[in-house]
Ligand binder design. Structure first.
Ligand code: ATP
Ligand code: MG
Length: 429
C-alpha cells in the first residue's frame, strides 16, 4: 500500500477482533469507578502548548522531546495532549468546580499522544484511564486510589502479576533540601555519571535517580536518601498511607528511587509494575500533586491521581490469558429465513422479540442464501441457537429452534411464545 495510505507509525487501529477485550476492560474499570463515587469528565484532545509546559515542566522528557505540537491556522501553538492531568486541572479551574474547597473525584478516558520510539507496550497514540481527586489532602484518599486499583487487578485476574512500588517525595520544601544534598553528592561524582545524568544534574536532578545506566546506579548506592529528608507532615502522611494499605492487606515495596517523570508530584508517588510485559512494565502510575493547581494559577488546592495504560493492561490480559469466555461470543441467536415471505415474517418477529428482550443479541441473516449457507453463517457467528423460518414453519406460524452448541433437538416454537422461550434459555447481559 502506498505510504500515504498507512496509519502513522505508533498509532494503531484497534480491530473488531480486539475491541471486545477493550470494551470488557473499559467497562470493568468504569463500573468500579462509578461504584467508588467517581464522576467522568471529558476534556478536549488538543490544548494550548503553554498548558503542558507550565504543568508538566519544561525539563521533562515529555515537554523536551515527546509532544505533538503544531501551529493552528491563526498562529496559536497547540499540542495533542500527552497526558490528562494538565487538561483536567485546566478544566476544573476554568469552571470553578474546585473553588471553596469543593471536593471533586473525577476520571477520564481517551487517547494520549507522545512522540516516543514505538515498541511493544509503547506507542505514539496510546490510551489511558486516569483519575484525579481535588481538595482531599489526607492519606485516606491516597489509600483509596490504590485500594481501588488493587480491586481492579483482582477482578481482572492479574493481581498476582503486578507489584506496588511506593515512595514519598515530601513537600516542595523538604524536596528542595533533599535536592540540594543530592546535587552536592552527585557533583562530587560528576565524572562517573552518564551523559544524560550529567545533564539532568543541572536541569532536573531528582530524575538522575531513575537512570538505567549501571555506572550511575553504582554511584547512587551511597547517595543521600529522600526518606532522611522528609518533613514531619510528609512522614506522617506516608505512615498513614502504609497503615491503610496494611489494614486492607495490600503488599507494597518501598522504592526510594521512584520519582516519576513529571515535575509536579509531591508526597505520595506510586507505580504498579509487572514483569510480564518486558521493558514496558509500568501499567498504572500516579501520586499526589498538592502544588500543581496553584502553579497553574488557581487557589491552593490539593490533588492526587493516577493513570493506567490501556494497551499495556489489555496486553496483560492476553499474556496471562485472562480473557473471559463470554466476551468472545457476541451473538446469542441467529435467525435464518428462506424465501421472501419468510424474510418479511422473520423481520417482524425479530423486532417483536427485541421489544420484549432488549438485551438479547439477536442477529438476523442478511443477504438471503441457501439453507446450507445461512446455517454456516449462523454457526460461524458463534450464536447459541439458530431460529429457522422455512415453508413448513410459515404454514404453521412457528419457528424452528435449534441449539448450535451441544445437545438438544430442534423444536418448534409458536411465534407468540418465542420471546418467553428465549428468555429461559439465554442469559442476557
Ligand atoms: P514510562 O515510564 O513507561 O514511559 P510514564 O512514566 O511516561 O511511563 P505516565 O506518564 O505516568 O507514564 O503514564 C501513565 C501510564 O500510561 C504508564 O504507566 C503506562 O501504562 C501508560 N503509558 C505511558 N506512555 C505510554 C506509551 N507511549 N504507550 C503506551 N502506554 C503508555
Ligand atoms: Mg514515558
Amino acid at each position: 500500500m502506498s505510504k500515504s495510505l498507512q496509519a502513522i507509525r505508533g498509532m494503531n487501529d484497534i480491530l473488531p477482533e480486539q475491541t471486545p477485550l477493550w470494551r470488557y476492560f473499559e467497562g470493568t474499570v468504569a463500573r468500579l469507578l462509578d461504584n467508588y463515587g467517581y464522576k467522568q469528565i471529558r476534556m478536549p484532545i488538543v490544548e494550548f502548548t503553554e498548558l503542558f509546559k507550565r504543568s508538566i515542566g519544561e525539563v521533562t522528557d515529555i515537554v523536551e522531546k515527546e509532544m505533538y505540537t503544531f501551529e493552528d491556522r491563526n498562529g496559536d501553538s497547540l499540542t495533542l495532549r500527552p497526558e490528562g492531568t494538565a487538561a483536567c486541572v485546566r478544566a476544573v479551574l476554568e469552571h470553578g468546580i474546585t473553588g471553596g474547597g469543593q471536593v471533586q473525584k473525577l476520571w477520564y478516558i481517551g487517547p494520549m499522544f507522545r512522540h516516543e520510539r514505538p515498541q511493544k507496550g509503547r506507542y505514539r497514540q496510546f490510551h489511558q484511564i486516569g483519575l484525579e481527586v481535588f481538595n482531599l489532602d489526607g492519606p485516606d484518599i491516597d489509600a483509596e486510589l490504590i485500594t481501588m486499583t488493587w480491586r481492579l487487578w483482582g477482578e481482572l485476574g492479574i493481581r498476582d502479576a503486578v507489584k506496588l512500588e511506593l515512595n514519598s517525595l515530601g513537600t516542595s520544601e523538604s524536596r528542595g533540601r533533599y535536592r540540594e544534598a543530592l546535587v552536592e553528592y552527585l557533583s562530587a561524582h560528576h565524572d562517573k555519571l552518564d551523559e544524560d545524568s550529567q545533564r539532568r544534574l543541572k536541569s532536573n536532578p531528582l530524575r538522575v535517580l531513575d537512570t538505567k545506566n549501571a555506572d550511575t546506579q553504582a554511584v547512587l548506592v551511597d547517595a543521600p536518601k529522600m526518606a532522611d529528608y522528609l518533613d514531619d507532615e510528609s512522614r506522617a502522611h506516608f505512615e498513614g498511607l502504609k497503615a491503610r494499605l496494611d489494614a486492607v492487606g495490600i503488599p507494597y515495596v518501598l522504592n526510594p528511587k521512584l520519582v516519576r517523570g513529571l515535575d509536579y508530584y509531591s508526597k505520595t508517588v506510586f507505580e504498579w509494575v509487572t514483569d510480564k510485559l518486558g521493558a514496558q512494565g509500568t501499567v498504572c502510575a500516579g501520586g499526589r500533586y498538592d502544588g500543581l493547581v496553584e502553579q497553574m494559577g488557581g487557589k491552593p488546592t490539593t490533588g492526587v491521581g493516577f493513570a493506567m495504560g490501556i494497551e499495556r493492561l489489555v496486553l496483560m490480559l492476553e499474556t496471562l490469558e485472562q480473557i473471559p469466555e463470554e466476551i468472545s461470543r457476541q451473538v446469542d441467536v441467529y435467525l435464518c429465513a428462506f424465501g421472501e415471505e419468510a424474510e418479511l415474517a422473520g423481520l417482524a418477529l425479530a423486532e417483536r422479540v427485541r421489544d420484549q428482550l432488549p438485551n438479547l443479541r439477536l442477529q438476523v441473516n442478511a443477504g438471503a442464501g441457501s439453507f446450507k449457507s445461512q446455517f454456516k453463517k449462523a454457526d460461524k457467528s458463534g450464536a447459541l441457537y439458530a431460529l429457522i423460518l422455512g415453508d413448513d414453519e410459515m404454514a404453521q406460524q412457528v419457528v424452528g429452534f435449534k441449539p448450535l452448541r451441544g445437545q438438544g433437538e430442534q423444536q418448534s416454537i409458536a411465534w407468540d411464545a418465542l420471546a418467553a422461550h428465549l428468555a429461559t434459555c439465554v442469559v442476557q447481559g
